[in-house]
Design a protein around this ligand. Structure first.
Ligand SMILES: Cc1cc2nc3c(=O)[nH]c(=O)nc-3n(C[C@H](O)[C@H](O)[C@H](O)COP(=O)(O)OP(=O)(O)OC[C@H]3O[C@@H](n4cnc5c(N)ncnc54)[C@H](O)[C@@H]3O)c2cc1C
Length: 327
């Protein structure tokens, strides 16, 4: 693809100025990732929609980026037009409208201030509402999918409004995470919230935040790297698993990784956090390759020890040609 030639027609569509070869490590919480072929930050919903339609019409690979808190971008970068979504308009009410570039935490804060409950779990989750939708983000037994009424999106070059079922949500998953997902830009959503006492809402959120601070390492990470495992037989076998988890048949990935003795395990500048074994942290000089090799090592050891294939929560994106295989 001739990216230089695309710059001029794209610029005509945009309010601001698209850039060539923007380093994506500046925009990811893992602080790794090579350049985007083209990069543009949009703040206007109609512009976002227009660019998405244009990319489809001209067969330009498009990657929508929120705050980069759930992606591992390769060191070679992304051969795509990367649109950084900063569309942030909200209309707060029992039916709240929000554009997907708004920080997930801000959707909680604004709705809580208006005495609306439902998003308390979002208080410590970094990232945008759009990123939250793609992975059905959640915590403390609540998920974003449960609140949705309708989504406004562009899929395969068509702008449409769809019900939540269109997304095929399940635990930390939607159709947009799957291989061969329809290229989709999530533009805005409508959500249903419950009126409640403001003080009670903030109290619940504060308690969630307190638990989070105790558990999470402060270093650069992408949150939980692997998904929890739902397997009753396995839950019986893991030493020191808290009783409620054993009863529910769920084994947090961190317990498996820790039980394999991998806390602190390091590849280059990437380590398994000693505070929380499901957090892979950047010690300051990690490359995407370090993270990938660390993740593959964890997958192999956990499989050899427990016969479990861990599934990744963090999405691997970009050009991994010749990069991914461990020596
Ligand atoms: C410290 C820490 C704690 C975390 N805790 C949690 C937690 O408790 N629960 C949880 O679920 N997650 C958690 N996460 C993971 C992450 O924050 C969430 O998945 C978040 O919702 C991702 O949003 P983002 O904007 O950063 O998405 P990005 O990382 O930018 O993108 C993720 C994916 O979504 C796609 N995408 C983003 N926006 C759009 C859009 N508008 N249209 C189409 N596709 C889009 C991207 O293309 C990419 O495939 C945590 C992360 C960190 C760093």
């Amino acid at each position: 693809m001739n990216w230089d030639a695309l710059l001029e027609p794209l610029t005509r569509l945009c309010i601001g100025v698209p850039r060539r070869a923007e380093p994506l490590r500046r925009h990811t919480t893992l602080r790794v990732g090579g350049p985007a072929a083209l990069f543009y930050k949009t703040r206007a919903l109609e512009e976002f929609a227009r660019i998405s339609l244009w990319a489809h019409q001209h067969a330009v690979p498009l990657f929508i980026m929120g705050h980069g808190s759930n992606i591992l971008v390769s060191d070679k970068g992304l051969h795509a037009l990367v649109v950084y979504n900063a569309c942030q308009r909200m209309d707060i009410g029992v039916e709240t409208y929000a554009e997907t570039g708004v920080a997930f935490r801000d959707v909680f804060l604004k709705t809580a201030q208006a005495g609306l409950s439902g998003l308390e779990f979002a208080v410590g989750i970094p990232g945008t509402l759009g990123g939250a939708l793609v992975s059905n983000a959640g915590a403390y037994r609540s998920n974003i999918a449960d609140l949705l009424i309708e989504l406004d999106l562009v899929a395969e070059g068509v702008r449409m409004r769809v019900p939540p079922e269109w997304m095929e949500f399940s635990y930390r998953d939607s159709r947009l995470r799957r291989p061969n997902a329809p290229p989709t830009s999530l533009l805005a959503v409508r959500m249903r919230l419950q009126p409640d006492c403001r003080r009670a809402i903030l109290q619940r959120a504060r308690e969630f935040q307190r638990q989070r601070i105790l558990k999470q390492p402060p270093e650069s990470s992408a949150g939980s790297f692997f998904k929890n495992v739902y397997d009753r037989a396995l839950a019986e076998r893991i030493p020191n698993l808290p009783a409620p988890m054993r009863a529910a048949g769920v084994v947090p990935a961190g317990y498996l990784i820790e039980a394999c003795g991998l806390k602190g395990y390091t590849v280059g500048g990437a380590s398994v956090s000693r505070k929380h074994a499901n957090f892979l942290i950047n010690r300051g000089w990690a490359t995407a390759r370090d993270f990938e090799h660390l993740a593959q090592h964890i997958e192999r050891v956990v499989y050899e020890t427990y016969g479990v294939l861990l599934e990744r929560e963090v999405l691997r994106v970009g050009d991994w040609n010749g990069e991914a295989n461990m020596p």
